[in-house]
Design a protein around this ligand. Structure first.
Ligand code: AMP
Ligand code: MG
Length: 487
């Protein structure tokens, strides 16, 4: 009988690194594991036959009962700064790398999250609850639908295994997919071991940044080129977060992808009511990872990454310099995103002021992030619906007047502008309460709500008849939900 994985090229380059980088550890299966949802579109891109995803062979792999044929199951070591403080060794406490599949988009690593204890579990149980697994599954695909760099989610497995958090919850496993799950913290782990740091750098450059390699480079040039590129990607990633109102929630250096991908979805949140210092993670009592802090936190994290290379005897000033373009790279992307969201053909120095006043207006009125941007397309022609969002405040009217003038001056007060704006300002967004509804259904083994959300979030710009409720601001109960580090 042929295997679902026949014909795929499966490698395990991370597991091929020396043994100090990982530990081979088998997953611990869940009781009565069931495939709750599979991402067929992603499976197809991985080269899997989508007609066979409901066969036991697939479940066996994504439930951790069988290894990925041709792969090698390991958990990776890393360290990191958590909430600004050096935390020492962390590592994959509940994640297992299975191996990577070669695809037309490059190698894609498969990783199980929640498949049991590893040598890096410390006090943890190695499990992930269904609640947070549904949230990660949905968020990965929502971010991809928004065109934001992210890890993906291939499969969601539920079970009868009890997992003890504040209450008894259900154990689940998400199969995550990304070219690599190497983190800033993977490098920080070797900040006092030059030899291993070099091995990791060579690995990451060879596999994921081949375009950066120059035979003639000195080590310092190589490291700086690498840091510059990681900084550029991270700047663009966080600029994209800002302009959709995404808050990550736990931007510790161990949750920062070396490829500039959004990873490790936990107590994240897409803002409903805008607050400039919105904190989505109930455990973040200091507001370290508030929305308006995110760009500077990424920059701070990059400094932690750069510092890891001091052990190579490089010039500290050169390392620092390699991060200098961060602010410019961030602003370039941020302004480009906003230019498109405001429907402007050009971007002038004065538009930053228009944007600042826009944020101020949203902040004082507590208007809905997504709906406010979405309403902009029609606002100049039909101001009623727009002004409703701001309870017809004077501030909203005068901002709209300025916006109208700006559009006229820009020559962009045309019907095409509204159409283009609705291609960049999403109508549907993964609000906490929508995720919560999907979680409640998932607890009954019902994945219909997950399917509905995925359909909307994969193309969040196109309005669909019959789904008006999914585009609305949250009901009262949905505003009171709290998400924390407990997952
Ligand atoms: P996070 O903040 O979720 O990215 O996790 C920080 C660290 O704690 C990582 O090393 C995780 O692998 C580990 N961790 C989190 N939850 C658990 C758990 N339930 N069991 C084992 N390790 C965990
Ligand atoms: Mg993490």
């Amino acid at each position: 009988m042929s295997s679902l994985f026949d014909g795929l090229t499966i490698r395990h380059t991370y597991a091929d690194l020396p043994s100090a980088f990982h530990t081979a550890v088998p997953p611990q299966p869940l009781a009565n594991a069931r495939l709750l949802h599979v991402n067929e579109a992603l499976a197809a891109r991985l080269g899997l036959d989508t007609a066979r995803l409901h066969e036991p062979e697939f479940l066996d792999v994504v439930a951790g009962r069988q290894p990925l044929p041709g792969g090698r199951t390991v958990s990776a070591v890393y360290s990191g700064h958590q909430f600004g403080i050096w935390a020492g060794q962390l590592g994959d406490g509940r994640a297992h790398l299975l191996g990577q599949i070669d695809t037309p988009d490059g190698p894609q690593e498969l990783q199980l999250k929640g498949a049991g204890k590893t040598p890096y579990s410390r006090m943890g149980d190695g499990r992930a609850v269904l609640r947070s697994s549904v949230r990660e599954y949905l968020a990965s695909e929502a971010m991809a639908g928004l065109g934001i760099a992210t890890s993906r989610a291939l499969a969601l497995v539920t079970s009868d295994t009890p997992v003890y958090r504040e209450t008894v919850e259900t154990g689940a496993i998400v199969t995550r997919v990304a070219p690599s799950f190497v983190r800033f913290g993977s490098f920080e782990h070797w900040s006092h071991d030059a030899e291993r740091l070099r091995i990791l750098l060579d690995y990451v450059l060879r596999e994921f940044y081949p375009e950066l390699r120059r035979e003639s480079d000195s080590e310092q040039q190589r490291v700086c080129r690498f840091l510059e590129e990681v900084a550029r990607r991270s700047a663009e990633m966080v600029a994209d977060w800002q302009t959709v109102g995404f808050c990550h929630g736990v931007m510790n250096t161990d949750n920062m992808s070396i490829l500039g991908l959004t990873i490790d979805y936990g107590p994240y949140g897409f803002m409903d009511r805008f607050r400039v210092n919105h904190v989505c993670n109930h455990s973040d009592t200091q507001g370290r990872y508030a929305w308006n802090m995110q760009p500077s936190i990424v920059h701070w994290n990059l400094y932690r990454l750069a510092s890891a290379f001091l052990s190579l005897d490089l010039e500290a000033d050169a390392l620092k310099e390699s991060l200098q373009a961060f602010e410019g790279d961030f602003l370039k992307r941020y302004h480009a995103n906003l230019q498109a969201k405001f429907g402007l053909r050009t971007w002038t120095g004065e538009d930053a002021g228009l944007v600042d006043d826009w944020w101020r207006l949203l902040h004082v009125s507590g208007a809905d992030f997504t709906l406010s941007f979405r309403a902009l397309a029609q606002a100049p022609a039909i101001p009623e619906a727009f002004l409703d969002l701001f309870e017809h405040s004077e501030q909203a009217s005068s901002w709209l007047q300025r916006y109208r003038q700006r559009l006229a001056q820009d020559g962009s007060d045309t019907p095409q502008r509204a159409v283009a704006m609705n291609r960049v300002n999403p109508l549907y967004v993964l609000r906490n309460y929508l995720a919560e509804q999907a979680i409640r259904a998932a607890a009954q083994d019902d994945a219909a709500e997950i399917e509905t959300l995925l359909t909307l979030l994969r193309d969040p710009y196109t309005e669909r008849a019959g789904y008006e409720a999914y585009a609305a601001a949250p009901p009262d109960w949905g505003c009171r939900l709290e998400v924390s580090c407990s997952s």
